[in-house]
Design a protein around this ligand. Structure first.
Ligand code: AMP
Length: 373
């Protein structure tokens, strides 16, 4: 039985992880390397995260009795999946330390709160307007630059729940594309950013307020799903410094204990605009597993366990390719490729669009990752 002890957690302590996906799996693996045990809580059995630990609760996120028992058996709770209901995080926080806090989770779960928070701390985002039905969309469009992107404020990921409006677009059609037959839904209209590239910064803040971030990386998407990450991003030093400064401001002002993956656009005139934030390790940080002494997963565990953060320095440049759906069928070729490091998530059905694994390829620090294009 865990002791719900104060931070820092000593080796042998139990880290509770909400969510059973690959981020939880790799976090649990990093925790195990540091001498901790992980207890995974997720609604279905045999998930990627529960495969790598012998402590697992299979129950719904609104099973209050199961959540209370879980809280009694772990020393700290974190999550690998940000769409856990706010009430679940609040229920747990009454019983055990939850990092990041339910307040951070609530901001990151909702695109309007996220952008409102950024603006409130002086962090730039694209122009946006809240909309809630076809009529308010029509009204917002009267005074809004096109093209624009209409998104649901919650539960959208990998391009789901969003549609682009070109000049002359029919608002009714755009509304139906994100809302189906729902007349009302909380949504956000965003000015389309004509970006030069998309980058992200993975930032961690420990229990004492110390902040470290990995170098900004470039992210390229295919079918709205991250396809590859190039580390570092090929951007001027001043732009990289601006991205890091934004990540530091957000981590501090949101009072983070844990990790955020912050996605940003770099515009053609080198402005950095925040697109969205995930309160956990991020797909665009997987390259750190092989190119840094301390991976994003170890850094995450250090932050939530109350340990000092590691140096997020890289010893190599890297290109990370996601293996989506049938890409993972090439596992044997990838294993045979010198210099390629394969990571698979233990999912047995390679459904289209499903993230099955990733492969990291390393390069010397003086070789640009774009050389592998
Ligand atoms: P998101 O779900 O917000 O991460 O959006 C998924 C992808 O859609 C992003 O990675 C961008 O490639 C694109 N996208 C989202 N919002 C915008 C925007 N306001 N302007 C241009 N592209 C966008």
């Amino acid at each position: 039985m865990a002791s719900n002890g104060p931070l820092p957690l000593a080796p042998g302590a139990v880290i509770g992880i909400l969510g059973g996906g690959q981020l939880g799996r790799m976090a649990a693996q990093a925790a195990a390397q540091m001498g901790y045990r992980s207890h995974v809580y997720c609604p279905t059995a045999h998930e990627p995260a529960s495969q790598v630990t012998d402590l697992c609760t299979v129950a719904a996120y609104d099973d209050w009795a199961a959540l209370s028992v879980f809280a009694d058996h772990v020393d700290v709770v974190t999550f690998e999946f940000e769409n856990v209901p706010a009430a679940t995080a609040a229920h747990l926080a009454e019983r055990v330390a939850v990092h990041p806090s339910p307040q951070v989770l609530a901001i990151c779960q909702n695109r309007l709160r996220e952008k409102g928070f950024c603006r409130s701390v002086g962090v730039p985002t694209t122009q946006y307007a809240p909309v809630r039905d076809r009529e308010s969309l029509q009204a917002a469009l009267a005074n809004f630059p096109l093209p624009a992107v209409l998104k649901t404020t919650e539960l959208g990921y990998d391009g789901k729940g969003q549609t682009t409006l070109m000049p002359g677009a029919d608002p009714a059609e755009a509304w139906a594309a994100i809302a189906g037959d729902k007349g009302e839904l909380e949504a956000i209209l965003e000015a389309f950013v004509d970006f030069r590239l998309e980058i992200s910064v993975i930032v961690a803040r420990d229990a004492t307020g110390h902040i470290e971030s990995f170098v900004p990386v470039e992210n390229r998407h295919k079918n709205h799903i991250l396809d590859k990450t190039l580390a570092p991003a090929d951007i001027p030093d001043a732009v990289a410094a601006q991205a890091k400064a934004i990540a530091t401001t957000i981590a501090e002002k949101i009072d983070l204990t844990g990790m955020l993956g912050i996605e940003m656009f770099v515009t053609r005139d080198d402005q950095v605009l925040v697109n969205e934030m995930a309160p956990r390790p991020h797909n665009s940080g997987h390259w750190t597993m092989d190119a840094c002494l301390v991976s994003q997963f170890e850094q995450f565990i250090r932050a939530v366990a109350g340990l000092p953060l590691g140096a997020p320095k890289r010893h190599s440049n890297a290109v990370m390719n996601n293996l989506v759906g049938a890409d993972a069928n090439h596992w044997l070729e990838l294993l045979a490729e010198p210099g390629a490091k394969l990571h698979l998530y233990g999912k047995n059905q390679a459904r289209p669009g499903r993230k099955m694994g990733h492969v990291n390829r390393l390069l010397p620090l003086d070789v640009k990752p774009t050389s592998l294009d």
